[in-house]
Design a protein around this ligand. Structure first.
Ligand SMILES: *[C@@H]1O[C@H](CO)[C@@H](O)[C@H](O)[C@H]1NC(C)=O
Ligand SMILES: *[C@@H]1O[C@H](CO)[C@@H](O)[C@H](O)[C@H]1NC(C)=O
Ligand SMILES: *[C@@H]1O[C@H](CO)[C@@H](O)[C@H](O)[C@H]1NC(C)=O
Length: 300
């Protein structure tokens, strides 16, 4: 589905990162800068996780820009920014014009994970809390909103396949801490045409970007990033067949300039016979369909 292309857009890559120690001088400077944006936490260090509240984890553009330049967070954020704005002189326009608009309009929110292993319980809890906080907030942010889950850099390069496993571990992890029931009208079988991942009682859309994607540049970023959107964003964008056609065309026509591989065979309109969103959240780097590794996300 076109949306997938857009979502991808949201997930821009991040720059190289150097993990700063929480005791470093730059970290203190950063905490000071950040505290200006966190009125409820003014005198506390952002790096002390125990003092973070759920709301604190959704950072704005201004908060990302306040990270010290050497921090991995700032470098990852700068990479996303340069992708979305096509800051590199030679860069083509990022195909997801909605992601670029969302960035400019300050409708994006960012979450920086504790570690590169997103399946760790502390990361899953962080993501779960972020989604619960983001959904009500998203309505006031606007229809080009997106939540970017940003992973720290890894020492070793991972493969596209390894990141795919990590991606699905996040969704499986979210299932274990969802206290709301799955909406009755949405199938739970990942292979069903109308399946969508639900969390906190509502459907979501995901798009993953990784350092391993090369041909599918629209899915490349310097860090592993998962862009998440509440489903209403697409319901709004596609609210008439004419609007859907227009939105899809606007993105699709830019993709061939950006990617060196065909548009993924997995991109389809939601509900199309034979398609499933389970194939669209994480696109492969080559011209092949991405089978979902699980039939049942809850199976052990
Ligand atoms: C969202 O982005 C699109 C694409 O740039 C733009 O046309 C539209 O006006 C934006 N929507 C809002 C409400 O700002
Ligand atoms: C990881 O990939 C980058 C870019 O492709 C390359 O420059 C680097 O040498 C690789 N690192 C390792 C440890 O293989
Ligand atoms: C990509 O795959 C589709 C079928 O899924 C095929 O029609 C198309 O020719 C392929 N493109 C290339 C460049 O191999």
């Amino acid at each position: 589905m076109l949306i997938a292309a857009c979502v991808v857009v949201f997930l821009l890559g991040f720059g190289v990162a150097i993990l700063i120690s929480s005791k470093s001088k730059s970290s203190k400077v950063f905490s000071k800068a950040l505290s200006a944006w966190l009125p409820t936490r003014q005198s506390q260090s952002y790096h002390e996780d125990t003092q973070r509240t759920d709301n604190d984890v959704l950072l704005t553009k201004a908060q990302c820009e306040a990270f010290p330049p050497v921090s991995w967070q700032k470098q990852a954020y700068d990479n996303v920014k340069s992708i979305l704005l096509a800051e590199d002189e030679a860069a083509e326009k990022f195909p997801c014009i909605y992601a670029t608009a969302g960035y400019r309009q300050n409708q994006h929110r960012y979450v920086f994970l504790h570690s590169a292993d997103s399946s760790e319980p502390r990361n899953i809890r962080l993501i779960a809390n972020a989604l619960r906080t983001f959904r009500p907030l998203s309505h006031s942010l606007g229809p080009n909103t997106s939540l970017l889950l940003v992973h720290p850099p890894t020492k070793e390069n991972h493969s596209v396949e390894k990141y795919r496993q990590c991606f699905w571990q996040i969704l499986r992890g979210l299932r274990t801490c969802d206290s709301e029931s799955w909406p009755a009208e949405i199938p739970t079988d990942v292979n069903a045409a109308k399946w969508m991942f639900c969390f906190d009682g509502a459907p979501w859309f995901f798009a993953a970007m990784t350092p391993a994607h090369e041909q599918r540049q629209s899915r490349h970023a310097s860090n592993f990033i998962v862009a998440v959107q509440p489903r209403w964003v697409f319901d709004h964008l596609f609210r008439t067949p004419e609007m859907r056609r227009h939105a899809v065309e606007a993105v699709r026509k830019l993709i061939p300039f950006y990617d060196t591989v065909d548009i993924s065979p997995d991109l389809a309109a939601y509900g199309d016979e034979g398609s499933t969103e389970a194939h669209q959240y994480y696109l492969l780097d080559d011209n092949e369909t991405a089978a979902c590794p699980y039939n049942d996300l809850d199976a052990s």
